[in-house]
Design a protein around this ligand. Structure first.
Ligand SMILES: Cc1cc2nc3c(=O)[nH]c(=O)nc-3n(C[C@H](O)[C@H](O)[C@H](O)COP(=O)(O)OP(=O)(O)OC[C@H]3O[C@@H](n4cnc5c(N)ncnc54)[C@H](O)[C@@H]3O)c2cc1C
Length: 580
């Protein structure tokens, strides 16, 4: 399997702010190798031919069937992607793994994503040789199903505050685990759990726990969406876990918990975009068939505007998530095989993972909401697909760290980055140069957005110092500037690369998509920067440069988004599906 790192060069974390990234240096969806595409097709065929025909049984929680389907997925190697070859896996790159995840958007209730990510990766990255040999082949084949149990009734976002306790037995051979977990995906039928508990109520530690050791599942939680997935509490009463099943180091469970969340966020982006494109294609088909006032509703400007914006978000989201995956793969290829180095490398991209998690989950929320609107009253019916897609999408803003938690960590993490700190010595002078190349006007906006991000980071640091964590609203506005900066840069890089490869700029739909997105994003960046400015004290020294920065982004020429979106909608309608 070709590894994406052969295409991209090494772009370190936060390079979207600190470096002049050129199109040749980023991975895009168009760079997927034939082998990666083939694997994606296998996964898509499996979802279409094996999973979707059984939707009814899956939504009725027929977990025996779900288990049989997981074994079939194992037979097709779909559960082996992230597992090293030595343990019956394929050991593929993150691009391949996330590309498989994209197809899971076809049926988000099917537990393949949970099983292969949070259900398997803790053992891949933190397991001892003996633990990997014992458990990974069983997870790779689908014979055993994995789950990850961190959350408790009283500890969700505040995960380090768990109360589940582990006590060493008198003979020193076992830990006895007592407590309760909440909202555990695959909780009703999983066999192998990564469970977090505090040894003696203090040392936060991860354990590999087999169901037979005494795990009892609570009832299936009645939920808003994901009707077919199993979500239960776990009741842990004197669960007897051998000492050999401590996962990672005692007292270092937070490393397992947070690194696995980073990996989850990395892969969630493609899954969100898979669901968004599925909703767009469904809305498009309906709009072409539904007649009102004697014409297909797809001919109306208001409907075209929605279809076009769905395509804009799908294109920009893909640009962001594949760029990030490519950068992580390239960094991993340079890092070597030592587990700690691998984890540190992935952790260094925590900002990008949070950006992608927040952006793609909110883009998906908009797309599924408007897909209902395109369907009118039928969109509100349980007998049409958008209703389920709308409910299923809602969780993506809550799990893998809520979007609030992801937003408040972006600015502090950027401030800790050495290259960013260097630029913050003179943030006004640090406006990155506009590189030669296509789309100079967009590059000016991008440069202005980067400068505003640096200026707001500097202003917040100077104004609030070590109390910055208390200013969550300001952190949220700065996060939004970072998110849009990453989005617009990814859009211009993907488009430049695509146009350079295929030739011709005039009339190209990706160029319209990029213009439309830039126009809206520049307004959002300006708005967020104004909010940071308004929150600063009247005599703050950072006000003047920030005002300058806002003037510079506000001066961008207004693109005709009405005409742009009409052209995008026309192209999508002509293709009959989302074409990129
Ligand atoms: C369907 C589903 C599947 C899940 N699967 C799993 C799983 O497999 N394994 C697992 O361990 N967990 C799982 N979870 C749990 C999920 O990760 C948590 O629900 C999530 O982390 C939020 O925790 P909470 O529900 O306790 O909300 P809380 O932490 O109580 O948050 C409530 C609100 O307060 C906000 N908030 C909290 N703290 C702060 C803060 N410091 N600053 C600003 N705002 C804050 C949150 O953003 C949120 O808006 C699942 C949940 C659901 C619903």
């Amino acid at each position: 399997m070709a590894v994406s790192s052969s295409i991209v060069q090494f772009n370190p974390a936060a390079s979207f702010l600190t470096a002049d990234v050129t199109p040749g240096k980023v991975f895009t969806r168009e760079d997927l190798s034939p082998a990666q595409q083939m694997f994606g097709r296998i996964s898509q065929d499996f979802m279409r031919t094996e999973v979707l025909p059984h939707e009814k049984e899956i939504y009725a929680k027929d977990f025996a069937l779900v288990r049989r389907l997981l074994v079939k997925a194992g037979d097709l190697d779909l559960l082996r992607v992230d597992i090293p070859e030595a343990y019956d896996g394929l050991g593929l790159d993150k691009v391949s793994s996330a590309y498989v995840s994209e197809t899971l958007g076809l049926c988000p209730s099917f537990p393949l994503g949970t099983h292969t990510t949070i259900g398997t990766l803790p053992i891949v990255y933190f397991g001892t040789e003996a633990q990997k040999t014992r458990y990974l082949p069983l997870l790779a084949s689908g014979e055993k199903v994995g789950a990850y149990a961190l959350t408790e009734p009283g500890a969700g976002s505040d995960a380090l505050n768990i109360r589940t306790k582990a006590t060493l037995s008198a003979d020193g051979k076992h830990y006895l685990i007592n407590g309760q977990k909440m909202w555990i995906t695959n909780g009703g039928f999983a066999d192998i759990f990564t469970i977090f508990a505090k040894i003696d109520g203090e040392k936060f530690t991860a354990f590999i726990v087999e169901r037979e050791m005494g795990v009892v599942s609570g009832r299936e939680e009645p939920k808003l969406g994901l009707d077919g997935s199993s979500t239960t509490a776990l009741i842990l009463e004197n669960v007897k876990v051998p000492v050999e099943n401590v996962l990672g180091e005692i007292g270092q469970g937070h490393k397992v918990a947070f690194n696995i969340l980073n990996l989850g966020r990395l892969k969630l982006g493609t899954r969100n975009m898979g669901s968004a494109k599925q909703a767009l294609n469904g809305a498009l088909q309906y709009a072409l068939e539904r007649q009102q006032f004697g014409r297909a509703i797809a001919e109306f400007g208001m409907i075209q505007q929605k279809l076009a914006q769905m395509a804009v978000l799908s294109y920009v989201g893909d640009a962001m998530v594949f760029r990030c995956l490519g950068d992580v793969d390239a960094a991993l290829a340079a890092a070597g095989h030592e587990t700690l180095t691998i984890l540190k490398t992935i952790e260094s991209f925590a900002v990008e993972c949070s950006i992608n998690k927040v952006w793609t989950s909110e883009a998906l929320a908009w797309v599924v909401d408007e897909a209902i609107q395109v369907h009118g009253g039928y969109g509100y019916s349980k007998e049409y697909p958008p209703e389920r897609a709308y409910r299923d999408a809602r969780i993506t803003r809550i799990y893998e760290g809520t979007n609030e938690i992801n937003r408040i960590i972006i600015a502090p993490r950027l401030l800790k980055n050495a290259a960013v700190a260097q630029l913050l010595i003179h943030p006004s002078a640090a406006a990155p140069p506009v590189a030669d190349g296509l789309f100079p006007a967009e590059r000016q906006i991008l440069s202005a957005a980067k400068r505003l991000l640096l200026l707001t980071l500097a202003a917040a640091k100077n104004a609030y110092g070590d109390k910055l964590a208390n200013e969550q609203e300001v952190l949220g506005h700065i996060a939004d500037i970072a998110i849009e900066t990453y989005a617009i840069e990814s859009a211009v890089l993907r488009t430049s690369k695509l146009i350079a490869a295929r030739g011709g700029v005039e009339g190209a739909t990706p160029v319209d998509i990029m213009h439309v997105y830039f126009s809206d994003a520049a307004d959002k960046v300006e708005h967020s920067a104004r909010q940071v400015l308004a929150a600063l004290a009247a005599d703050a020294a950072d006000r003047a440069p920030l005002q300058d920065g806002i003037r510079s982004i506000a001066s961008h020429e207004t693109f005709n988004t009405v005409a742009g979106r009409r052209r995008i909608a026309t192209a999508v309608i002509k293709a009959g599906h989302y074409p990129y």
